[in-house]
Design a protein around this ligand. Structure first.
Ligand SMILES: Nc1ncnc2c1ncn2[C@@H]1O[C@H](COP(=O)(O)OP(=O)(O)OP(=O)(O)O)[C@@H](O)[C@H]1O
Length: 342
């Protein structure tokens, strides 16, 4: 029988799986101790005062728990949650409809807030500051602004690029939580909690294998756990031990350092095709057949953090460690890293 390469249910499965695994309270949320403590204080103080907390901005790479935290904020406050995203709001009117449908104390989660259109962004300034929107009725000289008062609400914005947010928007958030990559111990804890929720038997060493290869990202840890579970199930292992985890992860091309096919593809292109760089991001993305954003937001943050790639004003450069990781001999003379900076 023919198999189609793309499983149409894959996304649905991933989404359901994520929903099932999301921690529901701040104390269940592993890792990010600083953000957890800071956010906990913001929420507790607001609850004492009986007011809606300040607007919260969560920034950091994908899969670190921004959506999860937004849901936790609403749950901890006992408030309703509305979810939308920058790209889903095409016109200011779309945002006005969402805002005017909010109930008092609701949490509005706007994912990818850096991708809001300019008119929507301007409408949001007023809504965040004065809990009001001005809806423009009519066109040209006869147009009038009708003010609509909104109930107090808390905006939780999420962005992978805090730097791309205009200053006036950033300044209207009372608290910014910067999520960092997780360390392997926290990830091992997350894998343990997820395995318990899914009824998967997996030993400590196997959990460690997954944690070390998850690129500091809970979403990846949960995904690798699922692959290890499949492997153990099909090969007839009641418990996933270390060797089972290793074999499964090898099969899915996730190496000991957590680099996957895309990461290695980027490094490989950089070292072999472009002699270590410098090469521009768009050229690099083209050479691995990926979107620019996938390379810059999914692969690069991890490669940079691992000391395998550097961003310079002239383009991306491979480090000696990148050559070593690929098992290639580095060139005798490496390009100077910041020679463009006077
Ligand atoms: N601290 C954590 N503890 C346990 N599980 C976590 C934690 N952070 C994230 N997860 C899990 O990782 C998955 C991805 O998290 P989430 O969707 O919140 O990430 P995100 O930062 O919003 O990603 P994106 O920017 O791509 O939307 C979810 O299944 C969630 O349960």
């Amino acid at each position: 029988m023919e198999h189609s390469e793309v499983d149409p249910n894959a996304f649905v499965e991933e989404r359901d799986y994520e929903a099932a695994l999301r921690p529901k309270t701040l104390s269940e949320f592993d890792g990010q101790p600083r953000v957890r403590e800071q956010l906990g204080l913001v929420l507790e103080a607001a609850m004492h005062r009986g007011t809606a907390p300040d607007h919260v901005l969560l920034s950091g790479p994908p899969g670190l728990g921004k959506t999860t935290l937004a849901m936790i904020i609403a749950a901890e406050l006992g408030s309703g949650l509305r979810i939308s995203s920058g790209p889903a709001i095409q016109h200011a009117g779309d945002l006005a409809a969402i805002l005017s449908g909010l109930d008092e104390g609701d949490v509005l989660f706007l994912d990818e807030i850096h991708r809001l259109s300019r008119p929507a962004e301007e409408m949001l300034y007023l809504a965040m500051e004065d809990f009001r929107v001005d809806v423009i009725v009519g066109k040209g000289p006869g147009a009038t602004a009708i003010p609509i008062n909104l109930p107090p609400f808390t905006l939780v914005g999420a962005t992978t690029r805090a730097g791309m947010l205009p200053g006036p928007l950033r300044d209207r958030f009372g608290f910014t939580g910067q999520l960092d990559f997780y360390d392997p111990a926290d990830l091992a804890g997350i894998v343990e909690a997820s395995a318990a929720k899914l009824g998967i038997s997996i030993d400590e060493q196997a959990r460690g294998e997954i944690a070390r290869r998850s690129r500091g990202t809970p979403r990846i840890a949960n995904r690798l756990l699922r692959r290890v579970r499949d492997f153990a199930q099909v090969k007839g292992h009641a418990t996933a031990h270390r060797d089972v985890a290793r074999s499964a992860l090898e099969l899915y091309e996730v190496d000991e350092r957590g680099l996957d096919r895309l990461d290695r593809g980027v490094l490989d292109a950089l070292c072999r095709l472009f002699d270590g760089g410098p090469v521009g991001l768009s050229t690099l993305a083209l050479s691995v057949g990926e979107e620019i954003e996938t390379v810059s937001e999914v692969a690069e943050p991890f490669l940079i953090r691992e000391g395998l790639l550097v961003r310079t004003p002239r383009g991306r450069l491979a480090t000696r460690a990148a050559y070593r990781h690929l098992g290639i001999r580095p060139p005798a003379a490496m390009p100077a890293l910041f020679d463009d900076d006077e």
